[in-house]
Each structure stands twice: as structure tokens, then as C-alpha cells.
Write a protein that binds this ligand. Structure first.
Ligand SMILES: Cc1cc2nc3c(=O)[nH]c(=O)nc-3n(C[C@H](O)[C@H](O)[C@H](O)COP(=O)(O)OP(=O)(O)OC[C@H]3O[C@@H](n4cnc5c(N)ncnc54)[C@H](O)[C@@H]3O)c2cc1C
Length: 411
């Protein structure tokens, strides 16, 4: 059986690994438009800041491909799928045949349509090449603006802070990490990060990138100006569905897949950031890995089902550890158990839905993370983690939009 995989990220590579596990005689080819074998996208900010060598970014070297008899084609872009003939066309017009195909093309950084955004000095980070370009440009720069205060934005800000740059975050929402923490958690985090020299403009919409040829700053919706010599955009990811757009199947936001990671096309699978499963595009490593595994097992003739991934994020920003998982209940509509100590930058919240542990935010101190995370994953009753709740000094708050954070106990 000929297996062809487009994309050499965690989804494509994990699929290849699983095909080999279950099909000894399979012919496996991976095509990537990048120059490197499988590397850690997650660690790109560390590489960018110079704290991680390029060789340490690489997860699987050439020997791994040789040992697993996987043919890796680098620096080649797949430009179309001729599914009636089971062929993938590469640029340069080479056509690769397949019996089963996996589209694991990942995502592209979203660039908001702001006038002037194409000036020199404006960057996004998705690939090792992007990281190199950013690092090189940053050498002559003192002040950087980061558009977006999500996980990646904060990671980038922290990396640039390590290079002694002055960093200002501009975030559309009125809080940092809008997908991971609630307003109270964000307030604790902002206070802590300000003490480390980072600047924040929250609830702000960028209207224009300023400068002649080179970026010099941004104008916000209220007319105010923020100057900076470099702009890093971290405004989310869009699934790369280019190959599917050309076919007669209109993709939704991502490539629609069922629980087996099958698309509507016979023998064509999709996984990772490019795939949309039950209307969800996860955009996170563990989901891409699990989807790749599921696709690989099924491509090799097995029967694996993907049942979704509970979003869980661990980030460490300038020494502040943050872990969040499941429902964060940003509006405080549900019952929760919480604790806040602004002086030491600690905020904890466990969210409960129908007496079941549904989510958590642990900011500044992630003690109890394992117990709480497994309770969320296993949908356990909150009474099961009473000992943890007591140890973390959490106070019960009943859900209501008007709930007042003053109810949270201070040490
Ligand atoms: C800087 C950064 C930090 C991140 N940090 C975290 C984190 O802390 N935690 C977390 O869970 N997630 C994080 N993520 C997200 C995580 O890296 C992704 O969810 C994951 O890499 C997706 O894997 P994938 O295999 O679906 O796609 P990708 O890793 O994007 O791989 C897709 C590959 O396909 C190639 N490709 C695309 N189209 C074609 C084509 N037509 N022909 C040939 N090749 C093609 C691309 O060049 C790419 O190499 C981060 C992402 C970035 C960019």
C-alpha cells in the first residue's frame, strides 16, 4: 500500500509512525515545503531568543526516517490533488501516486487587514525561517509591539524581553490570554508582568501600521499612537485548506473530518491544524498528535476513533507559570472554587458544571495541576478533589454574572 502524507509537522509525522507500526510493508512518503525534518514548532520562541540551538529544535533526524523506512521529500510544495487518479501534483509538476493520502498541512498565521501591515519590520512566527528573520531584524531594534496577548504572543514577548527589547502588547480583548484565563486571572498576570518591564494596552484595536517603507508604530481605534520599530503579529491561526479549495468540496474553516479522520474524498484523510472535527479546529500540539495517530492507524487498516481533545495549556511567561484546562467560565456564570493573592501574583480557579469538575485556571502557582487536570479529563465529581480544594485554599463561589471577586479569600 502506498501512503502519501502532505505536511511534516506533528500530525503528519505521528501518522507515518503509526502506519509503520501496523503495516510493515507499507510505502510511506512525506512531502514538506520546509527544508527541515520534523522539528518543534512550540520551541520556536526559544530558538528566536537564542536560548535554544537549532539542532535542539529538530525532533527526528535523517536516521529516524531511514530506520522507519519513510521517504521524506523536503523543499517541495504539493500544489493539487487529482483524486480521481489518486495523484498529488508537486511544484515542478512531478506527480506522486497514492493509495491513501493524508493532508496534514497545518495552519498559517492570520494577518489582520490593517492598512500598512505589509511594511518592512512586520512579522509573524510559524516556521524556523520566520524565527531566523525575526531574530536578525531584532538585532537593530529597541522597541517591539506585539499584536495579540494570547499564548503565542506572550511567548514571543518573553523571548524578545530576553533579548533586552522593550515590549508592548496590544490586545483586542480587555484581558490577556482570553482563551485561557478570566478577567481576574488576567489582572493578576498583568500586574506581575508589568513589574518585569512589559507594557500592556488592552481592549485596543489596531487601525493602521505607521511608517514610510519601514514600520514605525501603530495607530489605535481611539486615535492614540504607539511607537515601535518592529511589529510581531500573533492574531491566531487559519487552517491551511488551499489544496481542498481547488477541489469541488467547499471546506468549512478547516478540512471536515469524521471520527476516523476521513474526509469526504475516498482514501483521503486530514489531521492536525488543517482539520476540522465536529466544528472544532484545535490549533494545539496534543490535538494534532492524537489526530495524526488516529489517521495513521486507520490508513494502515485499523479502526481508531478520535473523540476530541480537552484543551489544556501550560505556559510559562517570564517565570510566571499558567495552566488552564477545559471550561474557564470567563463570565463567572458557573459555580467555582477560587483563590487570589495579587501581592504574590497567584490566582486559582476550579470551574464546576453540574457538580462535575469542568475546568481550571492556575496562575502563578500550578500546584495541584495534575489532580485537577485528571479530574477534568475523567469528568469526576467535585467531591473527589475536596482535599485539593482545601489544600489550595479555594473558596466556593456560586455562579452569577454579578459575582464579586471580593468574596475570594486572601491569605
Ligand atoms: C510559535 C508557535 C508556538 C506554539 N506553541 C504551542 C504550545 O505551546 N502548545 C501547543 O499545544 N501548541 C502550540 N503551537 C501550535 C502547534 O505547534 C500546532 O498545533 C502544531 O504544530 C500543528 O501541527 P500540524 O502537524 O497540524 O501542522 P504544522 O506543524 O503546521 O505542519 C504542517 C506542515 O505542512 C507543510 N505544508 C503545508 N502546506 C503544504 C503543501 N502544500 N505542500 C507541502 N508541505 C506543506 C508546512 O510547511 C508544515 O511544515 C505553537 C505554534 C507556533 C507556530
Amino acid at each position: 500500500m502506498k501512503h502519501l502524507i502532505i505536511g511534516n509537522g506533528v500530525a503528519g509525522t505521528t501518522a507515518a509512525q503509526n502506519i509503520r507500526r501496523f503495516e510493515e510493508a507499507a510505502e510511506i512518503t512525506i512531502v514538506t515545503e520546509e527544508a527541515k525534518p520534523f522539528y518543534s514548532r512550540i520551541r520556536l520562541p526559544e530558538f528566536m531568543s537564542g536560548s535554544l540551538e537549532e539542532s535542539k529544535l529538530v525532533i527526528y533526524r535523517d536516521e529516524w526516517y531511514e530506520n522507519n523506512r519513510i521517504n521524506l521529500i523536503t523543499n517541495k510544495k504539493a500544489v493539487s490533488i487529482e483524486h480521481a487518479d489518486k495523484l498529488v501534483v508537486l511544484d515542478g509538476e512531478v506527480k506522486l501516486p497514492y493509495d491513501r493520502l493524508l493532508v496534514a498541512t497545518g495552519g498559517r498565521s492570520i494577518v489582520p487587514p490593517i492598512p500598512g501591515i505589509d511594511r518592512r519590520g512586520v512579522f509573524t512566527l510559524r516556521t524556523i525561517e520566520d524565527a531566523r528573520r525575526i531574530r536578525e531584524y531584532a538585532e537593530d531594534v529597541v522597541s517591539v509591539i506585539i499584536l495579540g496577548g494570547g499564548v503565542l504572543g506572550l511567548d514571543l514577548g518573553n523571548a524578545l524581553r530576553k533579548l533586552d527589547k522593550s515590549v508592548t502588547f496590544v490586545e483586542y480583548f480587555d484581558r490577556l490570554l482570553p482563551r485561557q484565563i478570566d478577567p481576574a486571572g488576567s489582572a493578576v498576570l498583568v500586574e506581575k508582568l508589568k513589574t518585569l518591564g512589559m507594557n500592556f494596552v488592552l481592549g485596543a484595536k489596531a487601525e493602521e501600521a505607521l511608517g514610510k517603507d519601514v514600520f514605525e508604530g501603530i495607530r489605535l481605534h481611539d486615535g492614540s499612537l504607539i511607537s515601535g520599530q518592529m511589529l510581531l503579529i500573533s492574531a491566531g491561526m487559519a487552517p491551511d485548506v488551499t489544496l481542498f479549495k481547488e477541489l469541488n468540496i467547499p471546506p468549512r474553516r478547516g478540512i471536515p473530518v469524521n471520527d476516523r479522520m476521513e474526509t469526504e474524498l475516498p482514501d483521503v484523510y486530514a489531521a492536525g491544524d488543517a482539520a476540522e472535527h465536529e466544528q472544532k479546529i484545535y490549533g494545539i500540539w496534543p490535538a494534532a498528535e492524537k489526530q495524526g495517530e488516529t489517521a495513521g492507524v486507520n490508513m494502515a487498516g485499523g479502526n481508531a476513533l478520535y473523540g476530541g481533545t480537552t484543551p489544556a495549556n501550560f505556559v510559562s511567561v517570564a517565570g510566571v507559570d499558567i495552566f488552564s484546562a477545559g471550561e474557564i467560565d470567563a463570565e463567572n456564570l458557573l459555580t467555582s472554587f477560587a483563590y487570589e493573592d495579587r501581592d504574590s501574583g497567584i490566582y486559582r480557579k476550579i470551574v464546576v458544571r453540574d457538580d462535575v469538575v469542568a475546568g481550571c485556571i492556575l496562575c502563578g502557582d500550578t500546584s495541584g495541576r495534575r489532580e485537577v487536570h485528571s479530574a477534568i479529563q475523567e469528568k469526576r465529581p467535585v467531591s473527589d478533589i475536596q482535599e485539593t480544594i482545601d489544600r489550595l485554599k479555594l473558596t466556593r463561589l456560586s455562579g452569577s454574572p454579578q459575582k464579586n471577586r471580593r468574596q475570594i479569600s486572601k491569605p
